[in-house]
Design a protein around this ligand. Sequence first.
Ligand SMILES: [Zn+2]
Length: 388
Amino acid sequence: MNSNFPPHEVLFQYALNIKTAEKVTPTAAGTISGEKRFYNPILDKGNLVCPECSEAHLIHRSVKGASGDHFVRDHFATRPDSKHSAKCDIGARAAKMKDRERSINPELGPFFYLNLGTPKKDYPHGGRPTKRAWISHPNEAPDWVFKVQYARNTFLGNKEIISPELVRRERINPVKDVIAFLKNLTRIHKVETHRQDSWAVINGVAIRLDKMVLREQASSIRDMDEMSIEQFKTENGISASFKIASDKKYDRFARQLNLEQSGILHPVLLHFKIAATPQSGGAFFEQKMTVNLGDYDLEGQKVGRYVHIKDRALFSNLEIGSEFFAIAHPYMSKVNGRVSQNFNVLRSVDMTSMTLQEFRLFLENPKQRTKLRAPATTSEPVQMAIPS
Ligand SMILES: [Zn+2]
């Protein structure tokens, strides 16, 4: 066999000649010895069908010479106007291969599914949606978050994404925990043009990945009065209702809050540092530890920030000075006029100990796998009072 041939999934080892009931083999699959009946256009042209379902008509494609660097062996293919029976495995595989060939554009960044388990009682105060992500007013959403359109593939019976923003992108490993999330980020980070052009899909909502990373940035206080805030918004195309943080380092948090106020919610990859002793709270079966991230100023309004860690396996890791990356579910609350940004961390697999520097190093050099481990689960049982 010519070694220039790319590895190629052979769909049809042979075809069936409906007139002679012979198994017909493409030349490339042949050996010198043996009793194979090779393709012969005089005998076979117009008479070949799928060996599995006998319904789809096949055509023979001869060896193609160099097209770029690629060679294609002679092979059988489904005649474009012909269909396999609905139960034919070969037909299903053929459709899949065709899909893949047609849709993927490697210049576009990839996307992946974020599968974070079934929502449980994430929102203790009741009445809150338990969906992981949603958009209340899709037409008003920024272009980096949108509702994914699906269609049912009648041939394969599965749902397929048809959103033009995603349909030609490669789909990479689904993410079920923070480690898998970080691994996908390092892969995406390798291609510079993919860094702001890759997506996560959760609950039918697509979010551009660079907008999912929520962390404080280097400090740089903006000293703006009301007039200059207005001017700043006009110059940057920001709507008047969008409130900006007085300190640039909280811009991402301000964006997240504004987003929630306009009815858009999605999980974030939250980086946070523990600066003060976490407070325990929650009901008996919903015990949690709360980490206070401190307030920031949003055009004269103080906004508090809290991380609620709800998996007991993580409690022993919450030491002052330690830093984490976590897949967190944000929600906003307002108590006595005071607005807070809350982030729920629900499962131990959603959080890993990692500093910002380590995160940056890891993006550049993913071989530093030592940093990629979930925090150790606590060996001490958590002391709980028996409710009377
Ligand atoms: Zn078939």
